[in-house]
Ligand binder design. Structure first.
Ligand code: SAH
Length: 430
């Protein structure tokens, strides 16, 4: 979501006449887009922010924009007091404060002209930043902003605001624009992406959107994330199964395998219901890969409750598990009402146990692909190797002198590990 937000800012800045630079010391404007989902992310954001101070000291004209969840939709005045070298703050997904600040600085226009220029700039389709046009193979499109679910551990709803779906036609227009600029794969984003459209008067669905995006010529692949188990309709699973461009890959977090913990997290389903859903997804979408998220060390999580999570992960054999150690986030229900009483070392121990288990599972799932063929969309060349992904979202590296950028090619898998695979191109370019 932040990558998508940053791209929108970059594109708007280019319309104001700015150009990207790789060197912060050359920049006239620096946008620091921040995440605070866990304490570690927040610490990193603060660290980067502190590292910008010498640049501002050296160049007082430098404009520093602090953006994203460190600010949040309700703003964060305290940050400005603590980091006086920040010039302008903006909420997630909102480039307007920065653009207003910059156009004020140039100073010739009336406030009214400025506002209408800004609106024109922000209403238009997203054009990619110049250095990504014709090069970016895979792009994100946010389709649901904010979140209204309020899982007890999660800070996102209070930072990104209430859930609202983007206009259907606007999403299609943006998709078309991106594909015209060379993008081959689109990933639709939302905190609960499968709730898309429920707040819109016409009640469009994610499945309908997938059908319409599927018609875009030149678009090769479509993905979406993250799904919440309770909103994965049969209509959606059918769309994934029926539409060849929609990749058979589902990101659907469970968070915990114990029903009491799930209740305390306010996730709204039981472990048994999640197991049933996974079985249904696998039946309906043959060859599907499924990724999950898990938090260990939620307040009060006992050893046997953790064991439930472990057993569930061992049984379900997911393709990927994104693991996190619980960290209390300011203002959330769990931070206010529940004691963070699983010791740090114990969280680490549980984390490592799941990590080891998942490594074995992923290694075993990938090893089955050895010697088999797969289809890969290539996204970039780095350190001499082309990097791409299978429709099931598995990372594949290929050594080739050909220009594979943006190409979808059949490969033969020659090596597999838990996190990636190596392959060679099968036959010639069709
Ligand atoms: N809305 C999406 C993504 C949320 S953030 C969803 O619900 O799946 C991504 C992941 O961060 C979550 O799935 C969760 O596993 C993790 N996470 C969120 N809050 C956390 C916290 N306070 N401590 C540790 N992990 C957390």
């Amino acid at each position: 979501m932040n990558v998508a937000d940053s791209r929108r800012v970059a594109s708007a800045l280019e319309k104001l006449g700015y150009q990207a630079t790789k060197k912060p010391q050359e920049a006239d404007v620096i946008v620091l887009n921040t995440c605070v989902v866990r304490q570690s992310a927040e610490d990193k954001a603060i660290g980067r922010l502190s590292s910008l101070r010498p640049l501002k000291d050296k160049n007082p004209d430098l404009v520093i924009n602090l953006m994203g969840c460190l600010i949040g939709v309700r703003g964060n005045q305290k940050i400005l007091d603590r980091f006086p070298w920040v010039d302008v703050v903006s909420a997630p997904s909102n480039p307007t404060p920065l653009l207003q600040h910059l156009s004020k600085k140039t100073g010739q226009q009336t406030a009214q002209d400025r506002q209408s220029d800004l609106n024109a700039m922000l209403d238009g389709d997203l054009t990619l930043p110049i250095d990504e046009q014709g090069k970016l193979v895979s792009a994100f499109i946010p389709i649901v902003y904010g979140c209204s679910h309020a899982c007890t551990y999660c800070i996102i709803p209070s930072k990104r605001g209430i859930e609202h779906s983007r206009d259907y036609a606007e999403i299609l227009a943006e998709a078309n624009t991106l594909v015209n600029q060379g993008v081959k794969e689109l990933t639709l984003l939302g905190q609960i992406v499968d709730r898309y459209g429920r707040d819109l008067p016409e009640r469009p669905t994610l499945a309908m959107l997938l059908h319409d995006l599927h018609k875009i010529e030149g678009l090769k692949r479509i993905r979406f994330l993250t799904s919440h188990p309770n909103w994965m309709t049969d209509e959606l699973l059918d769309a994934v199964a029926d539409l060849p461009k929609v990749c058979p890959h589902i990101e659907v977090p469970i968070q915990a395998g114990d029903d009491d913990i799930l209740k305390a997290m306010r996730r709204g389903y039981t472990a048994a219901e999640y197991r049933d859903l996974v079985a249904k997804i696998r039946t309906r979408i043959p060859g599907v890969s499924i990724a999950t998220d898990i938090i260990v060390g939620f307040p009060g999580e006992t050893d046997s409750q953790f064991q439930q999570t472990y057993d569930l992960l061992a049984d379900l054999r997911m393709d990927v598990a994104h693991l996190a150690r619980y960290s209390p986030r300011t203002g959330t229900y769990s931070a206010r009402k529940l004691e963070d009483n699983v010791p740090k070392e114990e969280k680490m121990r549980r984390f490592r146990l799941l990590e080891t288990l998942q490594e074995e599972i992923s290694a075993e799932i990938n090893a089955r692909l050895l010697g088999k063929s797969a289809n890969v969309l290539f996204e970039e060349k780095s350190r001499g190797r082309w990097r791409g992904r299978t429709p099931t979202n598995k990372l594949v590296f290929v050594e080739s002198d050909e220009n594979l950028l943006g190409q979808e090619r059949d490969v033969t898998i020659t090596w597999t590990g838990p996190w990636s695979m190596i392959a060679s191109i099968t036959g010639t370019n069709a």
